[in-house]
Design a binder for this molecule. Sequence first.
Ligand SMILES: Cc1cc2nc3c(=O)[nH]c(=O)nc-3n(C[C@H](O)[C@H](O)[C@H](O)COP(=O)(O)OP(=O)(O)OC[C@H]3O[C@@H](n4cnc5c(N)ncnc54)[C@H](O)[C@@H]3O)c2cc1C
Length: 104
Amino acid sequence: MGGACFPEYINLSDSEVEQRVRKDLAAIMGITEAPSFVRIFRHHQAIPQYTVGHGKRLAALAEKGQAHPGIFLTGNSYRGIGLNDCVAAAIRTSDEVIVHLQKH
Ligand SMILES: Cc1cc2nc3c(=O)[nH]c(=O)nc-3n(C[C@H](O)[C@H](O)[C@H](O)COP(=O)(O)OP(=O)(O)OC[C@H]3O[C@@H](n4cnc5c(N)ncnc54)[C@H](O)[C@@H]3O)c2cc1C
């Protein structure tokens, strides 16, 4: 819960978080039983936000990167946040690393 759309949620108390989650579970899935245990983790600014201009920033990074062969960037800050995007990006990047190492 929370995220970039509801940043204030991170400041809710544990009991308020639990209450809201249980309310959602009841409404969405019909689950009304009390949980056996509850763990709450707060991740501040957990997920990069691709704001307007992200494409241009990526292009600028790629251009500047040409002056620094051997440095490779990958991860959720660039071309996709989901795990599947990150895995695909990591595979592409590791292929680029292999090509670089074979050349040098
Ligand atoms: C709460 C939450 C829920 C999510 N839910 C989903 C979901 O349901 N489905 C989905 O597809 N995606 C989800 N995501 C998004 C996805 O999990 C992330 O975008 C993705 O895991 C990021 O992968 P990454 O490799 O870029 O970064 P990470 O997985 O964060 O990997 C970065 C690694 O670098 C290490 N590291 C950091 N600094 C250093 C350093 N100085 N030296 C050495 N190592 C360092 C860290 O320890 C970490 O292991 C979620 C993300 C969050 C935060």
